[in-house]
Design a binder for this molecule. Structure first.
Ligand SMILES: Cc1ncc(COP(=O)(O)O)c(C=O)c1O
Length: 383
């Protein structure tokens, strides 16, 4: 097997820093950055001409992005981020009267904080409640489905589940959960924020609503995400911003026009897919998994801890336990990350689960095994 070389040359990342947290905000390679800059220059050369061209360019971009996800372009709309995708799904259920008083919105203890806030808002508005199902880190797919099944019944207004969780970098069995929801006629909202480029055809497992970010693992310009809507909800699903395309009967076109807005990232996003192709992504991804496995073990060894035993870990993220005495406050957690950034020249993130604290490490095509060796040498010095 040929080992593909790291390609930091395709990015513009500061070489003096260890970039080990692609999972939070991504990192845009040089070529999509340049295209974005060209598109913005074109806008400012003639704003009127640019806005006349936007509809056609968005349509072309959507087709490429939907093809990348292997999903039906008629059910694929552009949204600025996964948070907007989840919110649009909840608004749709709310407007359809599908969150009645006394009903329950079900999530797991792996859910992303902002997504939990969204569920809480729509529960509050409707005098419904939020139910959190505990799913252990080491749960296999059958255990995950059995745990969630205990909360899916005729009171359930919706199940919101991560495809890949943020705090725990765990892959959830979406197809089985879609079957469970289908059997109880419960709408399933899949938070696939991390899924594009880490899972093939991520939106095809039968969710009612699926959302995923292009600005994470596909490394597209930020504020680029997709919302995939099952056929039965397409007419009812409306964009969060009411604008001129409000009355368009077609779902994707209805989401295209969001008033005066910066459409350049959505138009530049397919360029990042071409970078993934150049990186030979489908061959590279398993190699990145092997690299992050080794790298995480090295860092854990240096800290005298272990790598979290997640039953189905995400392809390119691992959790290394920190020898902390309890979960730090948000302020203390931020202070730790800032110290690591400033003193160790390393970018990492912290996550907490079940009173345990972890460094969540990422691997992308710009990383090399040496990055993890350097982190392993440096991190113990700040503990
Ligand atoms: C699981 C999960 N859901 C939702 C989000 C929110 O994504 P965005 O900030 O693009 O809205 C994130 C971001 O990291 C995430 O990890």
């Amino acid at each position: 097997m040929t080992v593909l070389s790291p390609r930091p040359d395709l990015w513009t990342l500061d070489p003096g820093v260890l970039h080990l947290n692609h999972g939070s905000y991504g990192a845009v390679p040089r070529r999509p950055q340049e295209l974005l800059a060209e598109l913005r220059a074109e806008t400012e050369a003639n704003p009127m001409r640019w806005f006349r061209s936007v509809a056609g360019r968005l349509a072309a971009s959507r087709l490429e992005l939907a093809a990348y996800l292997q999903t039906d372009p008629a059910g694929f709309a552009l949204v600025p981020n996964a948070s907007a995708g989840v919110t649009a799904a909840l608004v749709t259920l709310d407007t359809a009267g599908a969150i009645p008083a006394g009903s329950r919105i079900v999530l797991t203890n792996h859910a992303y904080g902002a997504v939990l806030y969204a569920a809480e808002r729509f529960a509050r508005i409707n005098q419904a409640e939020v139910v959190i199902v505990d799913v252990p880190l080491e749960a296999d797919d059958a255990t995950v489905v059995a745990a969630i099944a205990t909360a899916v019944d005729d009171r359930t207004a919706a199940l919101i589940v991560d495809q890949i969780s943020s705090a725990t970098a765990m892959v959830f069995p979406i197809r089985q959960l879609a079957e469970l929801c289908g059997a109880h006629d419960v709408p399933l909202i899949v938070d696939g924020a991390h899924a594009p480029a880490l899972i093939d055809a991520p939106a095809e497992d039968g969710a009612d609503f699926w959302t995923g970010n292009f600005h994470k693992w596909p490394a597209s310009p930020r504020a680029t995400a997709g919302l995939v809507v099952a056929e039965k909800w397409r007419t009812a699903t409306l964009p969060l911003i009411v604008s001129w395309s409000e009355r368009d009967e077609r779902l994707p076109e209805r989401f295209d026009m969001q008033g005066t807005y910066d459409y350049a990232p959505w138009i530049a996003a397919p360029e990042s897919l071409r970078v993934l192709a150049e990186l030979d992504w489908s061959r590279r991804r398993p190699q990145l998994s092997a690299m992050i496995d080794d790298g995480a073990k090295l860092v854990a060894k240096a800290l005298g801890t272990g790598v979290a035993e997640v039953a189905r870990p995400a392809a390119t993220m691992r959790l290394v336990e920190l020898p902390f005495d309890g979960v730090p406050s948000p302020e203390a957690g931020e202070a730790f990350k800032t110290k690591v950034s400033e003193e160790l020249k390393a970018e990492i993130t912290l996550t907490a689960f079940d009173s345990r604290v972890f460094v969540r490490l990422s691997a992308h095509a710009y990383n090399s095994p040496h990055d993890y060796e350097l982190l392993a040498a440096r991190l113990p010095t700040v503990l």
